[in-house]
Ligand binder design. Structure first.
Ligand code: RB5
Length: 151
């Protein structure tokens, strides 16, 4: 399953991204928001990042005005590697080096065309593993240590 969500600042871009995903034949669960009324981005980041963290979804996309707030919240969830990307290179690296399982976009930063290219690049890229896996292992260890109150 693929999960997406946005606040009002990311609604328009989220809808465009959803169309990209469904045109690729992906099974998308949209956690909202679904109208332009002002909402709080942590509520939607919680739904998307929570689903990825619990293993209910393999991948997710979050969109707010800048992408900053969504990134901050999503990265609180164990096992979530949320990457805020602003161009195609960052989207590609987010998968190849960081194996990001959540891509975060700024609805007030990116055009639909830019975001479409970035989403496709992120989905088509492959995690390189090797030294990058060792770094992800370190992140997982840090996460566990923080949760255990050791750090
Ligand atoms: C909402 O106005 C805006 O603060 C939000 O979309 C996001 O940019 C926060 O990081």
């Amino acid at each position: 399953m693929f999960v997406i969500g946005s606040d009002h600042g990311g609604l328009e871009l989220k809808e465009a991204v959803k169309a990209v995903l469904t045109s690729r034949g992906m099974n998308v669960t949209d956690f909202g928001t679904d109208n332009c009324g002002s909402v709080d981005y942590p509520d939607f980041a919680e739904k998307v990042a929570g689903a990825v963290s619990r293993g209910e979804a393999a991948l997710g996309i979050l969109v707010c005005g800048t992408g900053i707030g969504m990134s901050i919240v999503a990265n609180k969830f164990p096992g979530v590697r949320a990457a805020l990307a602003t161009d195609e290179f960052m989207a590609q690296m987010a998968k190849e080096h960081n194996n990001a399982n959540v891509l975060v976009l700024g609805g007030r930063v990116l055009s639909v065309d830019q975001a479409t290219k970035m989403v496709n690049v992120w989905l088509d890229a492959t995690f390189e593993g090797g030294r990058h896996q060792l770094r992800l292992d370190k992140i997982a260890k840090l996460e566990a240590a923080v949760r255990a109150g050791e750090l």
